[in-house]
Design a protein around this ligand. Structure first.
Ligand SMILES: [Zn+2]
Length: 164
């Protein structure tokens, strides 16, 4: 790993194993453990190494599909991006005006339960390891209550950690 901020082409110095609040993903309640922080010796720029981001985002998405309460705007936005859709395309797909979707994602319009379920179903169809089905989730109510989402990075990849 090399610095992209300066002309230092030497390998960066490994600094700490950090706990990091992962706001970069657009959610306020995701905590990551065990990620490595690197520092450029020349310009001081810090870098965080997140490991397999796709795996991590799949785990966040999995947790969100099982959330007991209705998804919040930010969670809808995370899942919409995880599905790979721009806001404009996604609005068209689900039959919303752009403005309406934008207001939902910004928590200005309420998330309708039917829309919440549609988003979860779309996400569940795309997740690589579905360990449950729609019937379990929606008919038998096998939800989890989620306050904080915590994950730790181990040698074999990301692991979900039960929230404290
Ligand atoms: Zn640098």
């Amino acid at each position: 790993m090399k610095c992209s901020m300066c002309d230092n082409d030497k390998i960066l110095k490994k600094e700490t194993i950090a706990t990091h609040r992962y706001k970069e993903c657009g959610l306020e309640n995701v905590i990551l453990h065990g990620i490595t922080s690197y520092k450029c010796k020349k310009c001081g720029e810090h870098y965080l190494s997140f490991g397999d981001i796709e795996q991590l985002h799949n785990m966040i998405a999995t947790a969100l599909t099982r959330k007991a309460s209705v998804l919040k705007g930010k969670e809808i936005r995370f899942l919409r991006k995880h599905l790979g859709y721009s806001a404009a395309v996604f609005a068209k797909l689900v039959g919303y005006e752009n403005e309406h979707l934008s207001r939902i994602e910004n928590d200005k319009n309420a998330v309708q339960e039917v829309f919440d379920r549609l988003v979860r179903m779309l996400v569940m169809e795309k997740l690589p390891d579905r360990k449950y089905d729609l019937q379990d989730l929606f008919l038998e109510g096998k939800f989890m209550s989620l306050d904080w989402l915590e994950f730790s990075l181990a040698k074999k990849g990301w692991k979900s950690q039960a929230a404290a």
